[in-house]
Design a binder for this molecule. Structure first.
Ligand code: GLU
Length: 502
C-alpha cells in the first residue's frame, strides 16, 4: 500500500509556525516513501471559521516549497478536500455507530448540561463530564424509551450524537514516536460526534476522512494525543483499520519553559506566523518570518531540526537531503525548544552560501536608489559574511552610498597620528591618478606607497578605514576601496584629513 499522509489544519486564523513543522514532516515522510502529501481543510466548525485563513495556509506551504500533491487547489481522486464540502458524507457513519450500539442520540439542552456540570462540581467530581457514569442521568436514547426517542426525532427536536465511551477499558496503540500508549476510558468522556446543526465534529470528520482518503500515517502535533484513544475506538467501532499515529513533540519557548505561544513570541520579539497575517476580525497585524527576512529554505532546515535529527553532526540540509534522511524513528519525544538564535544562525549560513546575483537582486529591491548589477554584486559580496538578513545590508553598507558624517572617536584617538595621516595622504595622491582599481592592485599600491614612507600596513589601515567608512570595523578594506573607486577614495581621504586634523 502506498503511503498517504495529510496535513489537516483548521482555518481558524493565522497558521502558527508549528503547523508548518507538522506539514513539513508529513511532506518529508511522503516524499521519502514515494507517497502522497495531502492538504485537507478541516472547516466543520463554522463558528471558528476565519476568512482568508485557507488561502494563507496554501500560500505559506507554497512559499516553503512544500505544496501538497492533493488538496483544494490541486484536486485529486479523494476530494473534495474541504470538510464543509463533504457534509453529506458523515451522517451515515454516525448512524452506523448508533445502529451498532457505539453511539447514541442525546437531547439534553444546554441548561441541562450546565446543571449536570454544576451538580458534579459541587459533589467534587474531578471530571464533571458527560460520560459512562453520568449519561444514565441524562436525556438520551439510552435512558429514554424507543418510542420517545422516535417521537423526538420525528418532531425535529434538536439533538447531538455522542460516542458511547466504554466505562473502564484500556485503549492501547503503538505511536511511531512514543511507542506504546495506553489510556483508560474511565478518564474519557462521551464526545459529541454530530452537532445539532447537522455538522460532524472534528473527531468524526477527521477519522471518516482519514479512512476514505486512505491515509496510512497520521503525523500531527502532540496536542492531539489525548484525542487518539477516541479515534482508535472509532476506527474499531466502524470496523476500519486505524492508520499509524505519530505525535510530534511540542514546540517550547526558547528557554524550554512552557509551550511556544503567540504571546510568548510577541513578548520575546519574534514572529510566530510564517507570513504576515492580519486577523480580519480583530484587525490585528502580525509580521511573518518571510517578511522578517528569513529565507524559506533556511527556515525549513531550522524547522526540520525542531524534533528530529539525522543522528550525525551535519546541520545544513537541502529539502532533497532532508527527504533522503528523514524517518519517523528519529523524531524525539521530548519537547523542542524554539531557539530563535538558531533560526538566525541557519539564515546566516544560507545567506553566505547564496548566489551573489540572487542576493544582489534582493538587496537592490530593498534600496531606494539605482545601482548597477556589478556594484550591487560587489557590495553584497563584501557584506554577506557580516549580516544575518539581506535587509541588514543597506545599513551595514551605508558607507558605500554616503560619505562618513562622523569618524569613530576611539579609532581617531588611538590610531590617528601624524604618520598615519601622512600615509593616507600619500595614498590618496597615488590612487587619485587612477580610473579604476581591483583589490590586489589596491593592496599593492598601498604597500608601495607606505614603503616609501617606511611605514607598515598596520600603522595606517585603521586610519584609512575610518576615513573611508567612519567606522572602526567592517568588510575587507581592499574590497571597499575597489567598490568606492579611486576618485571617491581620494576625496574621502582628503575630507577626513581636513576634518580630523582640525
Ligand atoms: N484540524 C486539526 C488541527 O487543526 C487536525 C488534527 C489532526 O491532524 O488530526 O490541527
Amino acid at each position: 500500500m502506498s503511503v498517504r499522509v495529510r496535513f489537516a489544519p483548521s482555518p481558524t486564523g493565522g497558521l502558527h509556525i508549528g503547523g508548518i513543522r507538522t506539514a513539513l514532516y508529513n511532506y518529508l515522510f511522503a516524499k521519502k516513501n514515494g507517497g502522497t502529501f495531502i492538504l485537507r481543510i478541516e472547516d466543520t466548525d463554522q463558528n471558528r471559521f476565519v476568512e482568508g485563513a485557507e488561502e494563507y495556509i496554501i500560500e505559506a506551504l507554497n512559499w516553503f516549497g512544500i505544496s501538497p500533491d492533493e488538496g483544494p487547489v490541486q484536486g485529486g481522486d479523494y476530494g473534495p478536500y474541504r470538510q464543509s464540502e463533504r457534509k453529506s458524507v458523515y451522517a451515515q457513519y454516525a448512524e452506523q455507530l448508533i445502529a451498532d450500539g457505539n453511539a447514541y442520540y442525546a437531547f439534553d439542552t444546554s441548561e441541562e448540561l450546565e446543571a449536570m456540570k454544576a451538580r458534579l462540581s459541587e459533589a467534587r467530581v474531578v471530571n464533571p463530564n458527560y460520560n459512562a457514569i453520568t449519561r444514565s442521568q441524562m436525556k438520551n436514547s439510552l435512558t429514554l424509551s424507543a418510542e420517545e426517542v422516535q417521537q423526538r426525532l420525528d418532531s425535529g427536536a434538536p439533538y447531538v450524537i455522542r460516542f458511547k465511551m466504554p466505562k473502564h477499558d484500556d485503549v492501547r496503540f503503538k505511536d511511531a514516536v512514543r511507542e506504546w500508549v495506553v489510556f483508560n476510558t474511565s478518564t474519557l468522556d462521551d464526545k459529541v460526534l454530530m452537532k445539532s446543526d447537522g455538522m460532524p465534529t472534528y473527531h468524526l470528520a477527521n477519522i471518516v476522512d482519514d479512512h476514505l482518503m486512505e491515509i496510512t500515517h497520521v503525523i500531527r502535533g502532540e496536542e492531539w494525543l489525548p484525542s487518539a484513544p477516541l479515534h482508535v475506538l472509532l476506527y474499531e467501532s466502524l470496523g476500519w483499520k486505524a492508520p499509524v499515529f505519530a505525535h510530534l513533540p511540542l514546540l517550547l519557548k526558547p528557554d524550554g519553559n512552557g509551550k511556544l505561544s503567540k504571546r510568548a513570541a510577541d513578548k520575546m520579539g519574534f514572529p510566530i506566523f510564517p507570513l504576515n497575517w492580519t486577523d480580519p476580525k480583530a484587525k490585528e497585524s502580525s509580521v511573518g518570518f518571510r517578511e522578517s527576512g528569513y529565507f524559506a529554505d533556511a527556515f525549513l532546515n531550522f524547522l526540520a531540526f525542531l524534533g528530529w535529527n539525522p543522528g550525525t553532526e551535519q546541520e545544513i540540509f537541502s529539502l532533497e537531503e532532508l527527504v533522503a534522511e528523514f524517518s519517523l524513528e528519529r523524531i524525539n519525544k521530548a519537547g523542542a525548544k524554539f531557539d530563535i538564535e538558531k533560526a538566525k544562525w541557519f539564515n546566516q549560513q544560507y545567506l553566505k552560501a547564496k548566489d551573489v546575483k540572487q542576493l544582489a537582486a534582493l538587496f537592490t529591491a530593498d534600496l531606494k536608489q539605482e545601482l548597477s548589477n556589478d556594484k550591487a554584486e560587489a557590495i553584497v559580496n563584501s557584506l554577506k559574511e557580516r549580516v544575518t538578513f539581506v535587509s541588514e545590508m543597506a545599513e551595514a553598507g551605508g558607507f558605500f552610498f554616503e560619505r562618513p558624517a562622523s569618524y569613530d572617536a576611539k579609532t581617531v584617538r588611538k590610531k590617528w597620528n601624524e604618520q598615519s595621516a601622512n600615509g593616507i595622504a600619500k595614498f590618496a595622491e597615488a590612487i587619485g591618478q587612477l580610473d579604476r582599481i581591483n583589490p590586489e592592485e589596491a593592496k599593492a599600491l598601498l604597500v608601495t606607497t607606505l614603503e616609501s614612507l617606511e611605514l607598515g600596513l598596520g600603522q595606517v589601515m585603521p586610519a584609512l578605514r575610518v576615513s573611508l567608512t567612519g567606522q572602526a570595523g567592517g568588510p575587507d578594506l581592499m574590497e571597499i576601496i575597489t567598490i568606492l573607486g579611486p576618485s571617491e577614495v581620494a576625496e574621502r581621504i582628503r575630507i577626513a584629513l581636513d576634518t580630523i586634523d582640525q
